[in-house]
Design a protein around this ligand. Structure first.
Ligand code: DC
Length: 221
């Protein structure tokens, strides 16, 4: 067993917000593995490599260095010594990341990096394959989900608040497409580990979800 928490689940279930809250409370290091796939997506963009060009990516992947550092307790993602953290969240990078994350060579590289991180610190790691592949020995595994409708509405509200014009139906369609791609890919598809606790956050506040995870980890539930 390793002293770590694995949180997996579909896009928009609130994994990162909740993992950050729990990490603070439990004094653990939060690792956002989606950001690492997004960094590889940024690299393919900058190098003009189509994200589905698996062979080309495999041939050149040794020249890519993704590292995680922490500044004021915030995760920063370095791509060959450039801090790309502020370029990771846009929609285009998200779409690219969902394609590059299908490739076995990309997954192998990032999974071993993630396993190294978990050896050197107590981590709360979120992603899609943390409980099933990256940290199967984690002390607690959570599969955090919410209905596609609720996730779409949360994303819609988030974008509205930022002043971004958007349409709820388009967001819902996009979420469904992303779920389908993540759940049906050959390499490490999104699914709960056999011993994961499934938490449906559709009707819960973020505080309730974080509280549940903290209690499960502390063995109080
Ligand atoms: O969680 P996110 O949206 O930042 O993830 C970006 C993409 O990376 C998403 O399509 C799923 C993929 N991903 C993955 O395959 N495995 C992980 N451990 C984390 C993310």
């Amino acid at each position: 067993m390793i002293d770590a928490i694995a949180i997996d689940g579909p896009a928009g279930a609130g994994k990162s917000t909740i993992a950050k809250m729990a990490a603070k409370e439990l004094d653990m290091i939060y690792v956002d593995t989606g950001a690492m796939y997004r960094a590889i997506a940024v690299w393919t963009h900058d190098e003009n490599i189509p994200p589905d060009a698996e062979e080309c990516i495999r041939d050149r992947l040794d020249s890519v260095n993704v590292t995680i550092t922490y500044k004021d307790s915030q995760q920063r993602v370095m791509l060959n010594d450039a801090d790309v953290t502020d370029r990771l969240r846009d929609e285009e990078t998200g779409r690219r990341a969902s394609v590059v994350s299908k490739h076995r060579c990309v997954r192998e590289k990032l999974v071993s990096l993630q396993q190294e991180l978990a050896k050197s610190s107590r981590v709360i790691m979120d992603g899609r394959d943390i409980g099933t592949r990256v940290l199967p020995e984690a002390r607690l595994k959570i599969f955090l989900t919410a209905s596609a409708k609720v996730r779409a509405k949360r994303r819609f509200d988030e974008l509205k608040e930022k002043g971004v014009e958007c349409d709820l139906d388009t967001i819902l369609e996009d979420i469904k497409k992303r779920d389908f791609a993540d759940e049906t890919r050959k390499e490490s598809p999104l699914k709960p580990a056999e011993d994961a606790v499934i938490v449906d956050s559709s009707e819960m506040t973020q505080e309730e979800v974080a509280e549940t995870i903290i209690r499960l980890y502390s063995g109080k539930l």
